[in-house]
Write a protein that binds this ligand. Structure first.
Ligand SMILES: NC(=O)c1ccc[n+]([C@@H]2O[C@H](COP(=O)([O-])OP(=O)(O)OC[C@H]3O[C@@H](n4cnc5c(N)ncnc54)[C@H](O)[C@@H]3O)[C@@H](O)[C@H]2O)c1
Length: 355
């Protein structure tokens, strides 16, 4: 059982509210803000009384629909641009108190297009850091990933765990975060590097090369199809609900002591893919056949489990959502989507991206 079960929503609400009240009146830029985590962050920023949220996203994987309620708020605007287009992006950074940088291409994309993946995740980040420096932004929160570690060599994994990425995605995220740290050390840009572990929740991707195991398995189960597991399913992840990931990012964005630090952000609970599949099977109900297994996905890490001692030392943040509750909520969210389960199933790419 993870630590999340011991927390009440009420306590957490108070803690995070106290920390994020520092954002009231701030002008904030969110790159990748139309994506899964970014759009939740935008909602959380508006709730934290910021003065302005500028979203930069080229919509390659993000959706305007994720920002539906945020865009009804006059404090939000969306610029559809590539982060590498600095002529378009630099003016948006001018005067920003905080930049939260999430725009990126994902792990499966890196398997079939490593050059473009590196260009966005590494070179794109470097360009943005230079622009942030020139435009004198108040704080740059670089959202990296636990994928920089590669598979766990020891658990739990603190920030000093060796970084030995298995994929070009992990490598490009490591390059991006190294450039971010270098901008703090060399140029004094107030940078915070955050390494979220696997995040799930409403708006997560089931489709194309963005499709994650949890949403894909839920959609398949809704269609009475067995889960498709790449490998033996004993690989584990530290799954964190997106509301907790967003709250953790905001807590770090407002924490002066976090400047110059690299901080893990996870739930502290370890779940195997086999257990996850069973949980989803129970949660969806009906007559879902047992999982089928296929060849491993190349570069799939075996094990991830956070040591979040530093996060808890810097902020009073603790994850709130218990995994089983988060899965149940996500199943309900998928059941309410306008597309039929069969239409979503048709958008899933069930392959391990080797060919
Ligand atoms: N989802 C996870 O489990 C997880 C775990 C750890 C870290 N992260 C990190 O969190 C961040 C957000 O991930 P997510 O899961 O929300 O993914 P996502 O794909 O939903 O969001 C990324 C967004 O970036 C946009 N984007 C891609 N290339 C762009 C470009 N060149 N210019 C402008 N925008 C571009 C996409 O359209 C998308 O909206 C990423 O940096 C990712 O590395 C995610």
């Amino acid at each position: 059982m993870g630590r999340t079960e011991n927390r009440t929503a009420e306590n957490l609400g108070r803690d995070v509210q106290a920390q994020t009240s520092a954002l009231a009146g701030a002008e904030v830029v969110v790159t990748g803000g139309a994506g899964f985590i970014g759009s939740h962050l935008v909602d959380a920023l508006l709730a934290a009384d910021v003065a302005k949220v500028r979203v930069v996203d080229n919509l390659v994987n993000g959706r305007v629909e994720n920002l539906a309620s945020a865009l009804e708020d006059p404090r939000t605007d969306l610029t559809v641009a590539d982060i590498r287009d600095l002529a378009a992006v630099s003016p948006l950074l001018r005067g920003a108190d905080v930049v939260l940088h999430l725009a990126c291409l994902g792990v499966r994309h890196s398997l079939h297009d490593p050059v473009e993946n590196h260009s966005v995740n590494a070179d794109g980040t470097l360009g943005l850091l230079q622009a942030a420096l020139a435009e004198r932004v108040g704080r740059f929160v670089h959202v990296s990933s636990s994928e920089v570690f590669g598979t766990a060599q020891t658990v739990p994994m603190d920030e000093r765990h060796p970084t030995w990425p298995e994929t070009v995605y992990g490598a490009s995220k490591l390059a991006g975060e190294a450039c971010a740290r270098a901008h703090f050390r060399t140029y004094g840009l107030p940078v915070v590097v955050v390494r979220p572990f696997n995040t799930y929740g409403p708006r997560s991707h089931f489709e194309g090369d963005s499709g994650e195991v949890i949403p894909r398995t839920i959609v398949r189960a809704m269609c009475s199809k067995p889960a498709l597991v790449f490998g033996d399913g004993t690989q584990t992840r530290d799954f964190t609900h997106v509301s907790d990931t967003a709250a953790g990012l905001l807590a770090l964005a407002t924490c002066d002591e976090a400047v110059g630090e690299t901080v893990n952000l996870g739930s502290g609970s370890e779940t195997s893919i086999n257990d996850l599949v069973e949980l989803i099977r129970r949660s969806v109900g009906g007559d879902v056949p047992a999982a089928v297994h296929a060849e491993d996905r190349p570069g799939d890490v075996r094990r991830l489990l956070v040591d979040d001692t530093l996060m808890r030392k810097l902020t009073s943040f603790e994850p709130r959502v218990a995994f089983a509750d988060g899965i149940e909520e996500l199943v309900a969210w998928f059941a309410q989507r306008p597309e039929s389960p069969e239409a979503m199933l048709a958008m899933i790419e069930d392959r391990n991206w080797t060919a």
